[in-house]
Design a binder for this molecule. Structure first.
Ligand code: TGC
Ligand code: FAD
Length: 391
């Protein structure tokens, strides 16, 4: 007798996970289904994020979940990846909310902050009592952050920050912002923990997005903002500071995109089995089966890629270019899965009674942020040829 396969775990990847990893995934999946899916449609329509769910997310232990100590869950990187997967099964905006907090705010404080910074901020960020954002991108500098115009001028024990950041997730609701600025005197990029209540700091919300609508995106305006030197991240200087943070967040996104793809695939499978045309379920038509087969194949390959990457990361034996490959590939396949799912749902594919159009539109952002698809291809290109296409 031929062994049967699972339609949603085609390669028995579950068997490759530990009990703790499975339990973490299942707890987050359960929470997303019960607490987040019932409200996402309205938030997506209204361009809002359900900030009132923050204490529940903190209770689940998802903020900075792969950080040891300071009130964080201290999970391994595979469990952390699975958290991202389950959050993004809900919505890319939910995963963004959590991965910015963990990968782009808590990580730099942990890796480059002083012990006082860690003790002051990490427990509050883990508990969701404080929300952070990460300001790197500027109106004129996206893929080339090295061109940043934001300046920091030292005056005794204080730095004066001037400039503008754009497209900043959580900007308008953040209590602190990790701001990257170029030192006016020596030209070196430095990182600062900026209190968003500081005089001269403002964060107007950007509206009119057709993608990642259930996520707050903002400008950051720094108009002579005074920041004490004690708020500078002392452990790093240069562009490798922000780029190291991106490596963390890109890793989480590689898993998150799989979650969005799984949501679209599972909705498609369900729809194909129940929608009758020409007196037969859609699922019985060859062209529909090809679409479903392609979806599950690409999802399975993406799961194996991220799982291997997570194990390498846990061994401390991984390279940023490997993260680029996983982010690039998994977001790309997720977008292709979402587009095929949209098509398979016919007219229902364009209405928000079904999740596919929301995921499809979200994934256009995910393809662009944290390094565009092509930037990651060029990072891989540099890794395999030894030539940088950027300079
Ligand atoms: P390059 O000369 O290659 O590197 C400068 C220095 O940085 C080091 N480095 C890294 N370090 C750690 N991790 C990485 N991934 C690193 N990549 C490079 C490098 O070794 C060097 O160090 P050193 O000591 O020699 O100075 O820099 P480049 O100017 O040529 O730029 C390279 C490029 C294009 C790959 C890079 O700038 C890039 O990745 N661009 C894309 C920008 C991007 O991803 N922005 C994301 C903004 S944040 C965001 O989108 C958040 S979305 C949040 C949400 O989830 O809602
Ligand atoms: P550009 O860099 O102008 O690129 C435009 C096009 O040109 C792209 O297709 C790109 O691939 C291509 N291109 C650029 N350079 C090259 C090259 N050398 N060779 C070939 N092609 C090239 N940033 C933050 O700092 N913090 C955040 O929290 C944050 N959140 C975001 C949330 C949302 C919803 C969005 C949409 C963006 C967010 N970003 C954030 C910004 C994001 O990281 C940038 O949009 C991204 O890095 C691309 O920059 P850009 O939009 O300026 O595009």
């Amino acid at each position: 007798m031929i062994k049967e396969v699972s339609a949603t775990d085609f390669y028995n990847i579950d068997e490759m996970l530990s009990d703790e990893e499975r339990m973490t995934r299942d707890a987050v999946r359960d929470w997303v289904e019960k607490r987040f899916l019932p409200v996402i449609r309205e938030h997506n329509r209204n361009e809002t994020f359900p900030v009132e769910l923050t204490p529940e997310l903190a209770e689940l232990g998802v903020f900075g979940a792969n950080i040891e100590g300071y009130g964080c869950a201290g999970l391994n990187n595979v469990a952390y990846g699975l958290i991202n997967q389950e959050l993004e099964r809900g919505d890319s905006g939910l995963r963004s909310y959590v991965s910015v907090q963990g990968g782009l705010v808590m990580y730099p404080i942990m890796a480059f902050g002083s012990e006082e910074h860690r003790n002051t901020y990490l427990p509050k960020l883990a508990a969701g009592e404080m929300i952070g954002c990460f300001g790197l991108t500027e109106p004129d500098h996206g893929s080339d952050p090295g061109g940043m115009k934001t300046r920091a001028k030292r005056k005794g024990d204080t730095w004066v920050l001037n400039g503008a950041k754009m497209w900043i997730t959580n900007g308008s609701i953040a209590d602190i912002a990790i701001v990257w600025a170029r030192d006016e005197d020596d030209g070196i990029v430095r990182g600062f923990i900026v209190d968003t209540e500081s005089e001269g700091f403002s964060a107007p919300k950007m509206t009119g997005k057709f993608s990642l609508r259930a996520s707050i995106t903002s400008e950051l305006i720094l108009d002579n903002v005074e920041v004490p030197d004690s708020q500078r991240l002392p452990g790093v200087q240069g562009l490798k500071g922000p780029l190291s943070c991106l490596t963390q967040a890109r890793y989480g996104i590689s898993w998150g995109a799989i979650g969005a793809a799984m949501a679209c695939y599972e909705a498609s499978l369900d729809y194909a089995k129940t929608r009758i045309q020409f007196d037969k379920p859609l699922a019985s038509f060859q062209l529909i089966q090809v679409k479903l087969a392609d979806m599950v194949t690409e999802i399975t390959k993406a799961q194996l890629l991220s799982l291997r990457l997570g194990r390498l990361k846990d061994q401390g034996n991984f390279a940023p270019a490997q993260v680029s490959m996983a982010k690039m590939n998994n977001v790309n396949i997720a977008l292709n899965v979402a587009r095929a799912a949209r098509d398979l749902h016919g007219a229902n594919g364009i209405i928000d009674d079904y999740p596919v159009i929301r995921h499809m539109m979200n994934l256009e952002t995910v393809k662009t942020y944290e390094g565009t698809h092509d930037i990651h291809r060029l990072i891989i290109g540099q890794a395999v040829t030894g030539y940088s296409a950027f300079s």
